[in-house]
Design a binder for this molecule. Structure first.
Ligand code: ADP
Ligand code: MG
Length: 351
């Protein structure tokens, strides 16, 4: 069942349509990430849910109660929604304990202290209650911000680019921690990011946004391997499109045959259909070859640490990217054979 429903939401700032006609249902207890490029409307969507903006059209429903739309507007403090801001927004003159207690002013003293201790324990900072924010590391400040938002037992937690203020190393560690903490409390969470790796690693489902709309909402594996649009395919990682023609049990491409069974949902395409197969760098292998056998030439090479990304210009003018281990070095300008070696079903798009 859904904790949150957005139904036909539109939002304008002046004459700019920031959100077009956005609908979304968030399930009880899931972590959903809104993923999309800067400026596509992610923060605005969170603010509409939190009650910090009013929609121009559509409804926001929390636990089946309309909190915006149909002439109703429930203010932020009455929505039971916690927000973790990008810069953590801790009160500098309050200790960690006092920061976490901030949303519990209505609570009786003993209960409040017990709740704060419970939260400090949950985020692994039981010994830091008396520290001020400037005595805490970035990761610890984030834990306190999370504890503060969770303390009043919100129905729903919103996180806007929660890791963008952390060093790269810490980011990966905190992703795991934030996911653990959210799952331990069982709160339903919506996180926002423009970082595809972050979205794929912390989410139960990912909603890919483009220009104020959701293009696809699916599990991380589905949005990555079975994107429903070229935008989603390209936004989630390197994507090359290999043209081919469907023939009998296979697709004929410039790199040889790909079996029809190895392409997702191609069973009902007519013979003679022209399709573009989505191939990611991991799905492709290239190796040096004599001129007569070669399919193309390496035109670009980039070291990524343990792996190397190559771009090959095929003799028919298409380009395709592949990823190799550091040890299988290929030189720039070298002539190569290229083969599709995916071990999963490929996605395709009509040409
Ligand atoms: P994202 O979080 O995906 O980067 P935002 O939701 O912050 O995107 O912004 C989407 C668009 O809405 C941008 O073009 C931004 O300039 C515009 N916008 C956001 N808030 C306001 C505002 N208060 N007034 C005017 N324009 C705004
Ligand atoms: Mg934003």
């Amino acid at each position: 069942e859904s904790v949150l429903e957005l139904d036909g939401i539109a939002k304008r700032f002046g004459s700019e349509d920031v959100i077009g006609d956005l609908s979304l249902a968030v399930r009880d207890g899931e972590i959903l990430t809104l993923l999309g490029p800067s400026g596509c409307g992610k923060t605005t969507t969170l603010r509409l849910i939190a009650g910090l903006e009013k929609p121009n059209a559509g409804q926001v429903r929390l636990q089946d109660e309309t909190v915006a739309g149909d002439g109703r507007f429930v203010p932020p403090e009455e929505r039971g929604v916690g927000v973790v801001f990008q810069d953590f927004a801790l009160f500098p003159h309050l200790t960690a304990h006092e920061n976490v207690a901030f949303g519990l002013q209505e609570w009786a003293d003993a209960e409040r202290d017990a709740r704060v201790d419970e939260l400090l324990e949950l985020v692994g900072l039981a010994d830091h209650g008396d520290d001020y924010p400037d005595e805490l590391s970035g990761g610890q400040q984030q834990r306190i911000a999370l504890a503060r938002s969770l303390a009043p037992e919100p129905e729903m937690l919103l996180l806007d680019e929660p890791f963008s203020n952390l060093d790269v190393d810490l980011r990966v560690e905190m992703r795991e921690e934030v996911r653990r903490i959210i799952k331990e409390t069982g709160v339903t969470a919506i996180s926002v990011t423009h970082d595809q790796e972050e979205a794929l690693s912390i989410s139960d489902r990912v909603a890919v946004m483009n220009d104020g709309d959701i293009e696809q909402i699916d599990t991380p594996q589905q949005v990555f391997q079975q994107p429903e649009s070229r935008f989603v395919a390209g936004f989630l990682g390197h994507a090359s499109f290999l043209p081919g023609e469907v023939h009998g049990d296979h697709v004929e491409t410039a790199l040889g045959r790909v079996l029809r069974d190895d392409v997702h949902g191609l069973a009902h395409q007519y013979d003679g259909s022209i399709v573009d197969l989505l191939v990611r760098p991991d799905d492709v292998t290239a190796y040096p070859a004599a001129e007569a056998e070669a399919d193309g030439r390496v035109v670009y090479r980039r070291y990524l640490g343990p792996t190397v990304l190559y771009r090959v210009e095929l003799d028919d003018g298409e380009t395709i990217e592949c990823m190799h281990n550091h040890s299988d070095r290929i030189d720039l300008d070298e002539r190569v054979v290229v083969r599709v070696t995916a071990d999963h079903e490929l996605a395709w798009f009509p040409a």
